[in-house]
Structures are given as structure tokens and as C-alpha cells.
Design a protein around this ligand. Structure first.
Ligand SMILES: Nc1ncnc2c1ncn2[C@@H]1O[C@H](COP(=O)(O)OP(=O)(O)OP(=O)(O)O)[C@@H](O)[C@H]1O
Ligand SMILES: [Mg+2]
Length: 378
């Protein structure tokens, strides 16, 4: 799939902008703080209804305005579609071919993106929260039912934690704890099984890609780490573990086990990358996972997602840039942001269309095309 036209209104530092993009590689150059990340963030938000860098939607709205709007014309393998998302202080409204979508969870999945940004190093270096968010976002894009179960799980978890706090002072309502725990387990098992399945598939694709990048020297491994510390989990086992911990959970006033505490580990040649990986290995491992995601999405949808690379390409050496290019060439519409074209390999530039952003104004051509002042901003 690819974006033909993207229009922004009052999104981040953009007052109004409308740009046409080509199917292949789009390089977006600009000095710091001009609006490069904001531009590709808008594509990510249009796709997932969430930002990759903030959980506060109001930050996406241009200062002193009431709403932001993102529109795009998209071509997919078998159809064209128009997506639109309005973010206001009251909430978000999404529409698909002009029809308002009642549930955002059903809207997600029309436009599929993979983002690779400097923050993604947290996949290997960061805490479990980053890896859980990664799994949730990626599985959610492919599966509305995952988003449903995850949403139910979060709601029940909140209720359970409130109840646990009440029980700390007054242990009269333990029956309700049974009821909530049983309901929680029915969604928890779905979430855990989906994540395990996702990681197994992602591992398969990552292995091939990582081996290519490392000239066959490194074998990457991904495995789900559940907080129950069980190799095989069933609803029965989960329920028993929750019940065994009733007293502890009541003391803590929170739920100590479950998908909200789970994680996954990344290893190279059997050694944990989080603890022992070199900087380069950590960066390569997160790149392999992102490229694997592209292939995984293709295997599920028979269609390639859109790739967003924020400030990461010039950080990669030639071998990694080549591997990346082999994965995307003629298949994946890619948006690359950078402050300078210097670190980007010739062969990538040759295939690309170049745009320059200056103070939220987008112009075709690089910074040296002084004569070309044809701003696409309307
Ligand atoms: N809601 C908002 N309203 C107006 N301006 C905003 C809003 N949110 C962010 N900005 C500003 O938008 C500008 C562009 O930010 P952005 O992150 O897109 O820059 P960038 O081109 O990616 O820069 P860098 O090269 O430093 O990553 C920044 O000056 C930022 O402070
Ligand atoms: Mg940026």
C-alpha cells in the first residue's frame, strides 16, 4: 500500500499542508525543529490513532487551536481509500471513505505502517514496557480482536486493582474478586497466546534478515517471557496462580502477574542482547526486528506496509543500509527523515524523491535547489 497524498491541518507545527508522494522512497530533509518527525508522526497517527512519541493527544494539536486533522489518499493492492482523523480536545473521530467509524479499534488496520525511530533501540536496551507496547501496537494493527481483548483486560485490571485496595481494609467482597479474576483470565490468555504466536513468527523472519546483515555470523532469538514463569500457560494454570497470590495482591493493592507484567527477550547466538550486546549488535537487532515486521505483515495481508524511518538511516553503516534497501526496494513506500543527505548512501538517493521542510513548509527538492520555491503547502 502507499500514500498518494497527505494533508495536514493544525497538526503539531503545521498550519496547513498538502503533499503528493511517490510510491517508492521519499527522503525528507530539514534542519532541527522544522517538522520532519511531525510529518511522519502524522502518518503513524493516521494509521494507529496514536502517536509514537506521546500518549497525550492534545500535544498533537497546533498550539492555541482546538483540533488537528490528518487526511490521506491511499492506494492498496485491491482498492483505493481515503482516511481522515480529527483529533480534538473532546476525543478522536476517524472516517474511512467518508464514513465515520464508530469504533477506533475497527478503523485501525486500514493503513498499516512500520516505524523505526531512535526510540526503538528500547526494544533491546529499554525496559519491558517498551517491548509490551511494541507487541501491542504491532499485533493490534493486524488484529482488531486483539485490541478488543487487550482493552477488556486493561479495564478489568483497573477494576481488580481498585477492589484489591478496598479488600486491604475490608475483606468482605472476596467473591467479587473471584468473578473479576475469572473474567480477567479469559482475556489474559488471549493476549498472551497472541503475543507468543506473533513473536514466533517475528523470530522466523528476523533470523533470516539478521543472518544476512551479519554475514551469517549471528543467530537472533526472540522469546516471550511470561510473568507466571510457566512454559505452557492455560486458563486453569493462570487462574490457580492468581488465586495463590490473592493475599499478596491484596497487601500490594495491585495485580502482580499477567500480560501487563510480561516481556520478551532478545538474544544473539544464545546470549542476552539486553545485558551483553554491544551497541552495534543492539542497533542491528532492533533493525532486524523492524525489517522482519515488514515481512510478517506481508505474509499476513499479502500487502506491504509503509515504512517510516525517523532519523535512523544515516546511523546505519553501508551493509545495513544495503540490507534495508533490499527489503524495501520497489515494494515498500518509505519515508526517511534526515538533517543531511550526507550519511545516506548514493544508491538510496538515486531511487528517492527528495523534499525539504523549512518551518513546516514542504518543498520538492533538496536544500540546494534554491530556484525551486514551489511549496506544496496550500
Ligand atoms: N502542538 C504543537 N504546536 C506547535 N508546535 C509544535 C507542537 N508540537 C511540537 N511543536 C514544534 O514543532 C517543531 C517541529 O518538531 P519536529 O519534532 O517535527 O522537528 P524535527 O524536524 O523532526 O526536528 P529534529 O531534527 O530536531 O528531530 C518543534 O519546534 C516543536 O517544538
Ligand atoms: Mg525529528
Amino acid at each position: 500500500m502507499f500514500i498518494n497524498r497527505l494533508s495536514l491541518r493544525q497538526f503539531r507545527n503545521y498550519q496547513e499542508a498538502s503533499v503528493e508522494f511517490k510510491k517508492n522512497i521519499n527522503i525528507i530533509i530539514g534542519n532541527n525543529a522544522q517538522g520532519k518527525t511531525s510529518l511522519i508522526e502524522s502518518i503513524y497517527v493516521l494509521s494507529t490513532t496514536k502517536s509514537h512519541r506521546t500518549s497525550k493527544d492534545s500535544q498533537l494539536i497546533l498550539f492555541n487551536e482546538d483540533f488537528a486533522r490528518i487526511d490521506a489518499d491511499i492506494t492498496r493492492e485491491h482498492d483505493d481509500l481515503k482516511l481522515s482523523l480529527i483529533i480534538s480536545k473532546k476525543g478522536k473521530r476517524a472516517s474511512y471513505n467518508g464514513v465515520d467509524q464508530k469504533k477506533l479499534s475497527e478503523y485501525v488496520g486500514k493503513l498499516i505502517v512500520v516505524m523505526f525511530a531512535p526510540e526503538d533501540l528500547c526494544l533491546v536496551k529499554g525496559g519491558p514496557q517498551c517491548r509490551r507496547r511494541f507487541m501491542d501496537m504491532e499485533i493490534g494493527q493486524l488484529s482488531p480482536s486483539y485490541l478488543f481483548h487487550l482493552g477488556q483486560y486493561s479495564k478489568l485490571l483497573k477494576q481488580r486493582n481498585e477492589l484489591l485496595k478496598q479488600l486491604r481494609t475490608n475483606r468482605t467482597n472476596e467473591l467479587l474478586l473471584d468473578v473479576i479474576t475469572e473474567q480477567l483470565v479469559s482475556h489474559a490468555i488471549y493476549v498472551v497466546n497472541s503475543r507468543v504466536d506473533f513473536l514466533n513468527k517475528l523470530e522466523l523472519f528476523s533470523k533470516r534478515i539478521h543472518s544476512d546483515i551479519s554475514n551469517g555470523l549471528e543467530d537472533i532469538g526472540l522469546s516471550y517471557v511470561n510473568s507466571f514463569k510457566e512454559l505452557e500457560l492455560s486458563e486453569e494454570i493462570m487462574l490457580k496462580k492468581y488465586k495463590d497470590l490473592y493475599n499478596q495482591d491484596i497487601q500490594l493493592g495491585s495485580t502482580s502477574l499477567g500480560p501487563h507484567r510480561d516481556d520478551f527477550s532478545v538474544s544473539i547466538n544464545g546470549v542476552n542482547t539486553h545485558q551483553f550486546g554491544s551497541q552495534g549488535q543492539q542497533r542491528t537487532a532492533s533493525l532486524s526486528m523492524k525489517l522482519a515486521e515488514i515481512e510478517l505483515i506481508h505474509s499476513v495481508l499479502n500487502e506491504y506496509p509503509i515504512l517510516l524511518l525517523d532519523d535512523v538511516l544515516s546511523e546505519l553503516d553501508d551493509a545495513r543500509q544495503t540490507q534495508l534497501l533490499n527489503t524495501i526496494k520497489n515494494k515498500v513506500q518509505t519515508f526517511i527523515t534526515t538533517t543531511s543527505i550526507d550519511g545516506i548512501d548514493e544508491f538510496v538517493i538515486e531511487l528517492a524523491d527528495i523534499f525539504t521542510i523549512n518551518n513546516a513548509k514542504i518543498r520538492i527538492g533538496d536544500m540546494n535547489d534554491a530556484g525551486n520555491d514551489e511549496y506544496t503547502t496550500v
